[in-house]
Design a protein around this ligand. Structure first.
Ligand code: GDP
Length: 367
């Protein structure tokens, strides 16, 4: 079987089936004398890390491995999908290793909001979720915002030790590391991958100047994100690419908002009030009355209410209703991976609908 083939770069078991999975190498490479997985190949020849994903079991192995190392853990989350990209339980695995929390995709949030306010919010959320990071930073890996600050922080906090970068898929971990590689090595220098002794083997090292290394760990797939229920083209629609322009709706009781055909919010009671929607600018929001909403969805999901597309409706999970009483002011109703709706005054009753399997939750407002 294929498990006999081991990558000489990182030591992972090579497979030839899933190009996005860990240890992938094209079938033709099995005949070569020195076998190297695609991820190590790219690092070696293009100075680039590639995002690969892992099964939950494999990721558990990596987490367990982190408890045995001695270094700085850099945890990256997607600020647009903070909760969905959180990696719950990390603090139970990392042992005594310090954690630096980095929120990526800062460029998506309104420029008018103070960055200090956002990092404070992240600190509070982290604490509630059981994590006590040394520090919290906001960056944009694509725009290059605050990358120098992040590198400085990493260099200070690592105290000469190795750095382990963790995050779930799609948080922008590869983009972030590739930025760092460019800054550290310049364009031309070639990085060699090296074996990571002692632990799970599927991490790759990027050497730092003092003999320590920055180590890229594979990302975990978070199954509760909307991204897994839409096709590639629709993922482009729901993933914001630039600063989100919030849309404000003045709603009466018994009115409904549809987010394409992917999610729905019924405003049940609490008097006339405004709801502020933070979703991709390309996702159409449709307003109707609660009494008409079921019928509208049945008739128009896949067409007027899109994404998902008509052809994908058969496989698209049913929307499941979750009722919430908004007791605190400034509360976000979060649709994992899709965005959130902010309610500023307490005393509203709402019902949020998401595809079966997708998370929906309340949190104190991010903005
Ligand atoms: P990984 O799976 O964590 O390695 O994530 P990637 O680096 O492959 O990035 C996932 C997606 O997020 C890609 O479409 C990136 O272009 C996008 N992305 C990464 N960093 C940023 C960022 O700072 N801002 C924005 N808006 N998008 C980003």
């Amino acid at each position: 079987t294929l498990t006999e083939y081991i990558c000489i770069g990182c030591g992972v078991a090579v497979q030839t089936e899933n190009p996005n999975g860990l240890g992938y190498a094209p079938p033709s490479s099995l005949n070569k004398e020195t076998l190297i997985c695609q991820r190590c190949f790219r690092l070696k020849h293009y100075n680039e890390v590639q995002d690969v994903s892992l099964t939950d079991d494999d990721f558990l192995k990596i987490l367990n491995g982190l408890g045995k190392v001695d270094g700085l853990i850099v945890k990256i989350v997607d600020i647009f999908d903070f909760n969905g990209s959180w990696l719950p339980g990390l603090h139970r695995f990392v042992g005594k290793n310090p954690i630096l929390l980095i929120g990526n995709k800062e460029d998506l949030l309104p420029k008018s909001v103070k960055r200090a306010k956002l990092t404070n919010w992240m600190k509070q959320q982290a604490k509630q979720l059981g994590l006590q990071p040394l520090d919290v930073l906001l960056v944009s890996a694509t725009k290059g915002h605050s990358i120098d600050e992040a590198m400085e922080a990493i260099d200070t906090y690592r105290e000469g030790k190795d750095v382990y970068v963790v995050g779930c898929t799609n948080v922008g971990k590869s983009t972030f590391i590739n930025r760092i590689i460019k800054n550290v090595t310049g364009e031309n220098e070639v990085i060699t991958t090296s074996h990571f002794p002692g632990t799970t083997l599927d991490m790759i090292e990027i050497p730092l100047s003092d003999g320590s290394a920055l180590i890229d760990t594979p990302g975990i797939i978070n199954h509760h994100q909307m991204a897994h229920f839409v096709d590639k083209r629709d993922l482009k629609v729901i993933t914001p690419k630039k600063e989100i322009k919030p849309t404000i709706f003045q709603l009466n009781e018994e009115q409904t908002l549809f987010f394409g055909g992917l999610a729905r919010l019924d405003y049940i009671s609490g008097g006339r009030r405004s709801l502020v929607c933070y979703v991709s600018n390309e996702l159409k929001i449709h307003r109707t009355k609660v009494e008409n909403a079921d019928q509208l969805y049945e008739k128009h999901a896949g067409e007027m209410l899109q994404p998902p597309r008509k052809n994908d409706m058969d496989e698209f999970p049913q929307l499941v209703r979750h009722e919430f009483m908004i007791k605190e002011g400034k509360t976000d109703i979060v649709f994992s991976g899709l965005g959130w709706v902010t309610i500023n005054e307490p005393g509203a009753k709402v019902a949020a609908y998401v595809p079966k399997g997708v998370n929906v939750m309340l949190r104190p407002s991010l903005i």
